[in-house]
Design a protein around this ligand. Structure first.
Ligand code: A2P
Length: 282
């Protein structure tokens, strides 16, 4: 996990991160300090997770220099638009007790179902506020989450700073093949949320995944994460258990064959959120 990617603005990012979705505030501080202790340098949170303050404390507790860490947070949907987005960035920095974020994402695109023809304009206004914060040095890289190619086409009509990252749901049974291809062709690094399938998914009990685990002498979780890495997708696994945190970093002593990569890509849906960003109404 100490290998790095270079984002399209030259900023370096570790190739595996630690996710904190559904990690309650009362456990997040210790979990984040543990994650940093076992070697994670990229920590991913979001305003809506309700744990930014605890994550910030975990970062302080780790004792690792701030500049050696890569910290991401995300703008929640109730702070879309120029003024509110500016406020959201300052509030996140305040809650996390940080001077700057390494990466800041729009958590979900405003969609047409919610906003009709104004959706694209709202995303553009949010982005404009983020660009200002970027130029002010409050954020080192700007990105998106759950944006599909057509949302990005819309955003690029007015954006001055190109998005460096798009964080989308990617796991076995939900491979997003075309979207990943599009993003990578446009020099946007793809991060995968719920890389183990998220809540309720059957990725880790799926027969094919277990057979592959057996074949490579790894766990199904490691097979899933390695599959993302070999696609150039940055996985953000989460666990509050230290031994699983460690397991989820042990991904660099084996390689899936092309045939096995395809086998995983071809798996039918195994559950998970399988969110359609144009259909959500939050
Ligand atoms: P826990 O925190 O109890 O370890 P996601 O795909 O959203 O990252 O889902 C990860 C879920 O799977 C979490 O609920 C986490 O629970 C669990 N998990 C994380 N790593 C592993 C692992 N290596 N083996 C089994 N379960 C894992």
């Amino acid at each position: 996990i100490n290998s790095i990617y270079h984002l399209n603005n030259g900023v370096k990012i570790p190739c595996v991160g630690y996710g904190t979705f559904r990690t309650p505030a009362d456990v997040a501080e210790k979990a984040v300090a543990d994650a940093i202790d076992v070697g994670y340098r990229l920590i991913d949170t979001a305003a809506v997770y309700g744990n930014e303050e605890a994550v910030g404390k975990g970062i302080k507790d780790s004792g690792i220099d701030r500049h050696r860490l890569f910290i991401t947070s995300k703008l929640w949907n109730d702070h879309r638009g120029y003024e509110k987005a500016k406020q959201a960035i300052d509030e996140t920095l305040q809650r996390m007790q940080l001077d700057y974020l390494d990466l800041y994402l729009i958590h979900w695109p405003a969609n047409q179902k919610q906003f009709g023809t104004r959706a694209a304009e709202i995303n553009a206004e949010t982005w404009r506020a983020m660009e200002e914060a970027y130029h002010e040095g409050k954020i080192r890289a700007l990105g998106l989450s759950n944006f599909m190619p057509h949302h990005i086409v819309d955003l690029m009509r007015t954006a001055e700073v190109a998005p460096a990252v798009d964080q989308i749901e990617v796991h076995p049974g939900w491979p997003h093949v075309e979207e990943v291809k599009y993003l990578q062709a446009h020099n946007i690094l793809v991060e995968g949320w719920a890389p183990l399938g998220g809540q309720g998914a059957k990725v880790m009990t799926n027969k094919t995944m277990l057979q592959l685990a057996d074949k490579y002498g790894k766990t199904a979780a490691q097979i899933s994460l390695r599959w993302l890495i070999q696609r150039g997708v940055l996985p953000l696994p989460k666990s509050t258990h230290r031994e699983r945190m460690v397991q989820n970093t042990q991904l660099f002593d084996f390689e899936l064959s092309d045939e096995d990569m395809k086998k995983i890509e071809a798996l039918p849906s195994l559950g998970g959120q399988c969110a359609d960003p144009d259909d959500v109404d939050f």
